[in-house]
Design a protein around this ligand. Structure first.
Ligand SMILES: [Zn+2]
Length: 317
């Protein structure tokens, strides 16, 4: 029977790599991270995404409970936990046979590409939602895998790691990275998400172009944190290189269908597109000459140099 006792045994006997002499801590650290997010409510359904929240929580535990002889790599346990029979992967469209054949996927980007989410046995998910059995399972992991680290764990548990990354970035006013800082895929994913989230919050979740603002009950929103000068070329995560835009206007901005002038007014070149709008929806072209919605603090207004670079790149005069 798949009851608490069954999973306590499973957690105590995780199949981990011992080739280097000491057991690899990846799997127990990933499980602790998942459990924390379930408790926090950021994992509400039995769908475990490789989200910035999960990755940053994994990195938090790794920094304090991980080992020096192993490489911190969330992709490893996220894939290999399937060998412990309670952890399963749900493929993205087109990757069904890859996942079914258990083809090894080694990189984080590869996994994010191929896997929609991981899920655990229904019985286990129910146990993890229950505070008492959850505490028992945490205790099992700590006692088995980190027996001397119980105090460290208590200190770390429920310290919101993704929030901390955002806070640090926010205090710095953003960052410009050099190439060497972008070699750790996991950190790149987390930092990118932090930048985007902060930019969106500076615009109070509104599209700077059209004002659209939709927030779901679990506080997801429809607006993107966009880069004015593309990150791939400039690695510029300063907030004045950001702009909050809905999907349509993000797409249009990235293709030069509109620019923004030095007075923050929308410029729509006459020669880029034709449009038909449903009734009551304002056509894009009608926004020509209107000021975008700006952050409340002038320090976070889009940088004029970046806006001018964008106009030049797309020939908007
Ligand atoms: Zn919009």
């Amino acid at each position: 029977m798949k009851d608490l006792g069954y999973y306590v045994k499973k957690f105590a006997k995780l199949r981990v790599d011992r080739a280097s002499g000491s057991p690899a801590p990846h799997k127990p650290i990933l499980l602790l991270s998942v459990i924390e997010l379930i408790q926090q409510g950021s994992i509400q359904y039995n769908q475990i995404l490789l989200s910035p929240e999960l990755i940053s929580t994994f990195l938090k535990y790794w920094t304090h409970l991980g080992s020096n002889i192993h490489r911190s790599d969330i992709a490893q346990p996220f894939f290999h936990l399937t060998g412990d029979s309670f952890w399963h992967l749900s493929p993205n469209p087109g990757f069904e046979s890859t996942i079914a054949a258990k083809v090894k996927i080694k990189t984080l980007s590869g996994l994010r590409n191929a896997v929609n989410y991981a899920y655990v046995d229904v019985e286990l998910f129910d146990l993890l939602k229950d505070p008492e059995s959850r505490a028992y399972l945490i205790e099992t992991i700590i006692q088995t895998w980190f027996p001397e680290r119980s105090i460290d764990f208590q200190r770390l548990y429920n310290v919101d790691a993704f929030q901390e990354v955002q806070l640090k970035l926010f205090e710095k006013g953003g960052a410009v990275y050099n190439l060497e800082e972008l070699t750790d895929e996991a950190k790149v994913v987390v930092r990118d998400a932090a930048f985007r989230k902060i930019v969106v919050s500076l615009y109070e979740q509104r599209c700077a172009f059209c004002g659209l603002r939709i927030i779901s009950l679990d506080s997801q929103n429809i607006v993107d944190g966009a880069h004015i000068k593309p990150f791939s070329e400039f690695r510029d995560d300063r907030f004045d290189n950001g702009l909050a835009l809905c999907k349509n206007h993000h797409w249009a901005f990235d293709r030069g269908w509109f620019g923004i002038d030095d007075d923050y007014r929308i410029m729509i070149p006459p020669d880029r597109f034709t449009e038909e709008s449903p009734q009551e929806t304002r056509p894009m072209k009608e926004f020509d000459g209107e000021q975008i919605i700006l952050p409340t603090q002038a320090a976070y207004y889009p940088r004029l140099e970046a806006l001018s670079w964008h106009r030049q790149r797309w020939n908007i005069a």
